[in-house]
Design a protein around this ligand. Structure first.
Ligand code: ADP
Ligand code: CIR
Length: 348
């Protein structure tokens, strides 16, 4: 923004269905418009994605842990709307896979194609990707990749920096659902595509069942995935990896919001547990499909990630709640909902 340009209430969000538009009225805009965190993250940074993209669902991003305090009059309302979590609530964590009740739902592999669980993490006292500097981003890459390269056994793997990868290799990995693509217009407007592809990369073990994305929407996305529907095995591998990483790197976490993420939808557990599942019959019954997913707090995505479409009756079904529930509950939500979806698909 040029210095002479005045920062005014954004007209583009009038009529938008985003949570930003729902809660940022003119009075709140005036209250927050000159506020900044110690890292210099201001309201314009926080709302730019929703302002440039009025079709956003949410429309805001954070720049650091402090953003959630400085812009609390806006963020708290969005967090309450999305997570049903209020400012006096406390987050809780449970990464004990023994607490999960999840016998294999689909041992004949008729419905579930693959299972994936990821969590986001960001390093304490380093700005989030929206305003991280090039040097800080490169430093995150160094810290995380060196730590991962010390892993052994089934988590042993290699690090592949994106700026050193051929276009064919990256396309192949994206198509096979292992690698992230360059951020879309929502992430672009949030500042998350700056200096692309420097400082970004992927670590994975030989079988590609344990993967870590470095410096995408969050500094780390820790991922466990495999073919089929053994949800418990995927969770167990993930919890092992999280515990190891947490023993070596201090991540941004507080008792209220849990793990700090750049998008408020990912706060808390920062976990998305999903299956790619064939539901050709239920997929044709929009209302009923949505009724079941709403009952179990699930989200439906297409099979190439957020904002993509379903193909051949295959859907990405994942937990929607992430904050104020434990990791075990997130996975249990997904498991219980998928069980109900398979039951109904069989009846049809
Ligand atoms: P995130 O999980 O970080 O929210 P996306 O929705 O963009 O991000 O998904 C990232 C990638 O993971 C996409 O390629 C998507 O198809 C893939 N993916 C998600 N769930 C599964 C799954 N259960 N099996 C295989 N790939 C998956
Ligand atoms: C939006 O507001 O639509 C984008 N910024 C994406 C929000 C994250 N979506 C989600 O449900 N996890």
């Amino acid at each position: 923004m040029a210095i002479s340009e005045k920062f005014e209430y954004p007209k583009s969000i009038e009529g938008s269905a985003s949570l930003l538009a729902k809660f940022l009225n003119k009075a709140l805009f005036e209250e927050l418009k000159n506020k900044k965190t110690a890292n210099g993250f201001d309201l314009k940074n926080a709302i730019n994605s929703g302002v440039k993209n009025p079709d956003s669902g949410i429309g805001v991003y954070a720049g650091d842990e402090e953003s959630y305090d400085v812009f609390a009059p806006l963020f708290d309302k969005i967090i309450y709307d999305y997570h049903g979590f209020s400012k006096n609530d406390k987050h809780k964590t449970d990464l004990n896979a023994d607490h999960l009740d999840a016998p294999n739902l689909d041992s004949e592999n008729k419905f579930i194609i693959s299972t994936r669980i990821r969590v986001a993490r960001n390093i304490k006292n380093i700005p989030l990707g929206t305003i991280i500097s090039k040097e800080q981003r490169n430093n995150v890459e160094k810290i995380v990749s060196e730590t991962l390269l010390s892993f052994d056994g089934k988590l042993k793997g290699k690090y592949y920096p994106l700026n050193n990868m051929s276009a064919e290799d990256s396309e192949q990995l994206i198509k096979a659902h292992f690698l992230f693509k360059e951020g879309d217009r929502f992430l672009e407007a949030a500042g998350l595509n700056r200096d692309w592809a420097d400082g970004r990369g992927i670590f994975h073990n030989e079988e590609k069942t344990f993967l870590v994305w470095i410096n995408e929407e969050d500094q780390l996305r820790i991922i466990s995935m495999q073919q089929g529907g053994n949800i418990k095995a995927v969770f167990e591998r993930l919890t092992l990896a999280i515990k190891l990483l947490e023993s070596k790197i201090d991540f941004s976490y507080n008792n209220h919001l849990g793990y700090i993420s750049s998008c408020p939808t990912n706060l808390g557990t920062a976990m998305r547990a999903s299956v790619h599942i064939k539901l050709p019959k239920l997929g044709n019954r929009d209302t009923e499909f949505k009724q079941i997913t709403d009952t179990y707090h699930l989200q439906i995505r297409g099979i190439h990630g957020e904002h993509s479409q379903s193909e051949s009756g295959v859907y990405d079904i994942s937990n929607k709640r992430r904050l104020g529930v434990t990791e075990v509950q997130c996975v249990q939500d997904m498991y219980d909902g998928v069980k109900a979806l398979i039951k109904r698909e069989k009846e049809l």
